[in-house]
Design a protein around this ligand. Structure first.
Ligand code: CIR
Length: 274
């Protein structure tokens, strides 16, 4: 189903302290990060999504990366237990925002599960020792690919399967190439069922019969795009990827990513679509 809403979260005042494995030659420019994040929200709106932005939490440097806090598919939002200890307080605000649509007249469902009204989302909360980052999950039709990573453990994958397999999804766990933070650092779903994949990262056959569009290895970062139908938000700094997508008929929304990249972030990680 095509997403109609996007949830984002502002940039923390402490964004400069965000986790990062990349060597920051240039420090994060906080003002530029804010400007790029505004452009990100505008691009989501231009793609036809109704955008809700949660306030940033100054105590949570990585809070802009909301994708990692939930996996949403088939009318269910699984709130994650993020792999990085410093990020474990992030899902609470996202859960509250999604639950803010609760129908007060609906009977309580009890436990960690509740049914939202406006977004029709059922909320389920992952429990430790499971850990999982949403950036490791890629939903393509009724399949959820999930990367085994430093952030997503076997119990997290089992919890994902326990929630989504009874609801008709197949969960496929994948080994990631060395040094890759999240599955969606090397691939992302396009809005028409195709997959965008960085050359040399995972074999295209990983995705069964799905049609795969390949980004040159030199532009691996740009394999992470946000898609709604034929609309694609793409990192502005990658012309070859943009040419590949334009040739394939997609409408492009280039957005600058220089500052989130300094915190190991990219495009999908800044929103939850549903
Ligand atoms: C982290 O290391 O957790 C953040 N600095 C970056 C998270 C990026 N998330 C994503 O790609 N899904």
């Amino acid at each position: 189903m095509m997403p109609v809403r996007a949830l984002t979260r502002g940039i923390s005042d402490r964004f400069v302290d965000a986790l990062s494995a990349v060597l920051r030659v240039q420090p994060i420019d906080l003002a530029l990060a804010h400007a790029q994040h505004r452009a990100y929200g505008q691009a989501l709106a231009a793609m036809g999504l109704q955008v809700t932005e949660l306030a940033a939490d100054p105590a949570l440097p990585d809070c802009v990366f909301v994708e990692d806090t939930a996996v949403i598919a088939g009318g269910v939002a699984l709130l994650t237990h993020p792999g990085a200890p410093s990020r474990r307080a992030e899902p609470a605000a996202v859960a509250a925002a999604l639950a803010g649509t609760l129908d007060p007249s609906a009977p309580p469902t009890g436990g960690a599960s509740a049914r939202g009204l406006a977004a029709s989302l059922e909320l389920v909360t992952m429990q430790p020792p499971a850990t999982l980052d949403g950036g490791d999950c890629m939903v393509v039709a009724r399949t959820i690919y999930v990367g085994r990573s430093a952030r997503t453990n076997a119990a997290g994958i089992a919890a994902l399967a326990a929630v989504f397999e009874p609801r008709g999804f197949t969960v496929v766990a994948l080994a990631l190439p060395p040094g890759v933070l999240h599955l969606k650092c090397v691939c992302s779903p396009l809005g028409d069922g195709r997959i965008l994949l960085a050359a040399g990262s995972l074999p295209p056959s990983t995705f069964g019969g799905a049609s795969v569009l390949v980004v040159p290895a030199a532009e691996t970062y740009a394999a992470n795009v946000v898609s709604v139908g034929m609309q694609v938000m793409v990192a502005a700094e990658y012309p070859e990827t943009q040419a590949v997508l334009a040739r394939a008929g997609y409408v492009l929304h280039p957005v600058a990513t220089t500052e989130v990249r300094k915190a190991d972030g990219s495009l999908t990680c800044q929103s939850l679509l549903f």
